[in-house]
Each structure stands twice: as C-alpha cells, then as structure tokens.
Design a protein around this ligand. Structure first.
Ligand SMILES: *Cc1c(COP(=O)(O)O)cnc(C)c1O
Length: 353
C-alpha cells in the first residue's frame, strides 16, 4: 500500500506511534481490564494519567511554578469569550493578523472596549503590522501566534511592556520551545498539534486568577477551574490521556529543541520549492511565513483543482486552502513526518515541470 500523507489543518494527523499505542491500550489500559474512556475522572487510574500528563508537559515546556495548567473543553473559540470575561477591566489591546485574531476581537467586543493595536494589510505581500498602537493601561494584549488560515506566524514575541500578553497558540503550540514567562496566558485547542478535538489547554499566571465579571458562568471561571484542578465537571478524559501520550512522544523525539529543528528543515524545503517555481506563489513576507501552515497559489482555479486531484491520486490529502483565502494549504504540524514533506515537494516539482 502506498503511504498516505494527511495535510489537514485540523483536526490534523496524529503521530503514528501514538495512534498505535491508543489502539493497543484501548480495551485494556495497562492490565487494568478497563479502557481510559470508561473510568471516572475522579478515579485513581485517571488521576495518575492526569497528573503525569501535567508534570510531563511542565517539564517539556519548562512551565514556571507560578503558572497553572488547565485542561478544558469548548475549543479555542470559548477562550475568545473566557479571556475577556476573566481578564478585561475596561479596555484591552488586540492584534489582528488574520481570521482567528479577527474573530477573537469580534467576540471580545461583547465584554468591553477593544482597541485594535494593529491590523494586517492583505494588499500585496502580507506582513506583521507595525507599529503596535498599545495602550499602557490595557488589561492585556491579545494576539495569535500562528494564523492557521492565511499562514502567517510571529517569529518573535511582541514586546508589550508590563501589560499581560495573551496568546492563541492553537496551531503552533509545542512546535518549538517558548519562554512561558513572557506570557500572562496561553491557550491552544488540541486538534492541530497536541491531540484531537475536544480538549483545550490554558496556561495562566497565578496573579491573573481574579474574580471574573459577575455574569461569568462557573464553567468559564479560570479561578474556579484552577481550584478544582480542571475537575469541576467531567473533563475530556480520553483527550487528556492522548495529549499525555503526545507529550511523551515529543520527549522521545528529543524535546522541543529537536522538534524546532525538524520543523524548520521540513518547512524550508517546502518554501524553497514554492520559490523556485514560477507557477507557485506565496503571499506572506518571509519574516513571518508560517512554519505550520504553508499557503500558496497556482496561476488559476483550474490549475488549483488539477493540482489537488493529482496530489490526492498520489496519497497527498487535504491540501485545499481555507475557503476564505483559497489556493493550497499544506499543514505540517509535529506529526507530519519529513518523508511526507519530501513526497509533497517531489510531486510539486513534477507538477511544475
Ligand atoms: C483552529 C483554531 C481556532 C479555533 O479552534 P476551535 O477549537 O475550533 O475553537 C482558533 N484559533 C486558531 C489559531 C486556530 O488555529
């Protein structure tokens, strides 16, 4: 059977070794005769999985002691509401670099005064907008580290002074090391790079666990969620376990420094291929091209359709761009092996010829 490579933006492919382990442990978790799916979230069995996952994640990401890790449901889009409900007092700054940043702004406007500190300009080659029109009295600054739809990623952490920095890292979380201490709050839904749909991770600094707006549902209250160790209600237990497997898999790969090197090698091959053929074009400035979602265009729609169908015949799947921006999008998260990128590059070379 020829190999299949799944370039889906999310839910995205999982590491093959992790899928094998899920399969092996599905009916009988480590000799208990039980599946992780069918035990209480308050059982000793699950408690051990939950604690180990958090400890391993803390070690992998070097999360400082004064940060809490929350394992929640509701997706990244619930965070678009939870962040302002818990942290917004008056006004907040938002950086708009694409669809997700834009949607976060639209949601936050329900809860207070939102200042758009900078907005992406889609004319020509897109880049990170500067300067940032920041308000030193803002409750926080929100940005999207990697815009999954248009393929624009910050290669640096914006300097926002003393104001807490809040980041939507849904599509590049755990793709490289990150200095957690620069952030007040980080959130990421699991289905891009750290598991499958249903789990959302939040990393929040101690001092930001304040009383939220009065109308905030208990399930949206970071302070209560932290106090209950994310067990206020039934959390997505099986996802939590799978994310634990992925964290262990990342440790086995050599940790986040190694993942950064591998991801860099993968993405450089792909952009080099786009840049050496006239028939492909990318519309993002090289200083902020995404290392996870590589978006590019063919000269017209007919060629795009032909590209997608010939790619699929070769087992290169789910390369269609997001409907908002069209074109082709190759999502190459941690789980995408280098061989998958090599297969795509050799197809692209052949197609260009
Ligand atoms: C996918 C994505 C979201 C939306 O995540 P859901 O879990 O579907 O709510 C938000 N932000 C970014 C950057 C994403 O890639």
């Amino acid at each position: 059977m020829k190999p299949i490579y799944n370039f889906s933006p999310g839910p995205a492919m999982l590491p093959h070794a992790v899928m094998k382990q899920m399969q092996a442990e599905l009916l009988d978790f480590q000799g208990t005769g039980l599946s992780v799916m069918e035990v209480s979230h308050r059982s000793a069995l699950f408690e051990k999985i939950a604690q180990e996952t958090e400890q391993n994640l803390r070690a992998l990401l070097k999360i400082p002691k004064n940060y809490h890790v929350l394992f929640l449901s509701g997706g990244a889009r619930s965070q678009f509401s939870m962040v302002p409900m818990n942290l917004l007092h008056g006004t907040a700054d938002y950086i708009d670099t694409g669809l997700w940043g834009h949607l976060a702004i639209e949601e936050a406007k329900r809860y207070g005064d939102i200042n758009v500190a900078a907005r992406i300009n889609y004319e020509g080659v897109a880049t990170i907008p500067t300067p940032l029109n920041l308000n030193p009295k803002a409750s926080y600054v929100h940005y999207t580290t990697n815009e999954t739809v248009n393929g624009l990623e910050f290669h640096h952490i914006p300097d926002v002074g003393e104001v807490p920095l809040v980041a939507d890292m849904s599509s590049d979380f755990l793709s490289r090391p990150v200095d957690i201490s620069r952030f007040g709050l980080i959130y990421a839904s699991a289905q891009k790079n750290i598991g499958f749909a249903g789990l959302t991770l939040v990393i929040i600094r101690d001092d930001l666990l304040q009383e939220p707006m009065l109308m905030t549902p208990s399930m949206f209250n970071y302070k209560k969620l932290a106090e209950s160790h994310s067990l206020m209600n039934t959390p997505p237990t099986y996802n939590w376990y799978v994310t634990g497997l992925i964290v262990k898999w990342l440790q086995q790969q050599g940790g986040l420094e190694t993942m950064e090197k591998i991801n860099k090698r993968k993405v450089e091959k792909l952009y080099a291929c786009i840049d050496r053929h006239d028939c492909y074009s990318n519309r993002i400035d090289p200083s902020c091209r995404s290392r996870m979602n590589v978006v590019f265009y063919l000269p017209d729609e007919a060629e795009t359709v032909r590209f997608l169908s010939e790619a699929a015949e070769r087992g290169l799947l789910n390369l269609k761009g997001h409907k908002r921006v069209g074109g082709i999008r190759a999502s190459i998260y941690n789980a995408m092996p280098e061989a998958g990128v090599d297969a795509l590059v050799s197809f692209m070379d052949a197609f260009a010829a």
